[in-house]
Design a binder for this molecule. Structure first.
Ligand code: SF4
Length: 233
């Protein structure tokens, strides 16, 4: 069962309106003040998440940061996780699927991601996230409204009905250029794949570089009509 929030629906609506135009740093600080260690930052260590890690570690030395380790992240991503932990002095929580890659292959066959990415994402991302969020009151994500039409209505604070927790999206209003301006101004480390044509970085088997002019998320699950893992409602 998911944990439930102590914020009422009216309070969520109030803060969503009140913080809508606030700088992300203000929203991050509000989230920490409101939820403390009942708040967890979901990180895939993409550009947006690195902004949030930098912001969160400016308000607390003990941030709760977790990542879904599907077992098939890029080597560059694993290296960045290590670098981030060293630089900011915290240990990210590694959330694992119930099935190892070998067990998944035994049960579903090799390369499930190439045949049925929805089932693979359910096993390696959605179920682990559901299990993890049962122990928190709020999660913070790096989603932005202009990433996909699906994300266009994201509020900076909202109730996540899917997981029964509060969801905080401090970067909802930001554009890609603002993300990069922040990273550069603060000297924040980032995944080198971003410089090689990967605006959005997920699991290695399901992510390719995008060509100039292509949609930034065209490199995720290319060939499938899929744009989300199922983590965001
Ligand atoms: S992104 Fe690909 S490899 Fe990762 S969990 Fe989803 S289908 Fe599986």
């Amino acid at each position: 069962m998911s944990s439930d929030t102590r914020l009422t629906a009216a309070e969520v609506a109030y803060w969503a309106d009140r913080l809508d135009q606030a700088p992300p740093e203000t929203i991050v600080a509000w989230a920490w003040d409101t939820f403390g260690d009942r708040l967890a930052l979901a990180s895939s260590f993409g550009a947006e998440d690195m902004c949030l890690i930098d912001m969160l570690t400016r308000v607390t030395k003990t941030p709760r940061v977790f990542y879904l380790d599907t077992g098939v992240l890029f080597p560059e991503t694993y290296a960045l996780i290590h670098e981030t932990e060293q630089r900011y002095g915290f240990r990210a929580e590694r959330v694992l699927p119930r099935l190892t890659l070998e067990e998944q292959a035994e049960r579903y066959g090799d390369g499930l991601w190439a045949r049925d990415p929805d089932t693979c994402c359910m096993i390696r991302k959605v179920e682990p996230l559901t299990r993890y969020l049962a122990g928190v009151e709020a999660w913070m994500t790096g989603i932005r409204r202009d990433q996909t039409p699906f994300r266009a209505n994201a509020r900076v604070v909202e109730r996540d009905e899917k997981f029964g927790v509060i969801k905080v999206n401090p970067l909802a209003r930001w554009r890609w250029e603002q993300v990069w301006a922040y990273l550069q101004a603060r000297g924040v480390p980032y995944n080198p794949l971003h410089d090689q044509g990967y605006p959005s970085i997920g699991c290695a088997p399901c992510t390719r570089a995008v060509r100039p002019g292509e949609d930034p998320r065209a490199g995720r699950w290319a060939g499938f009509g899929k744009t989300e893992c199922g983590l965001h409602k």
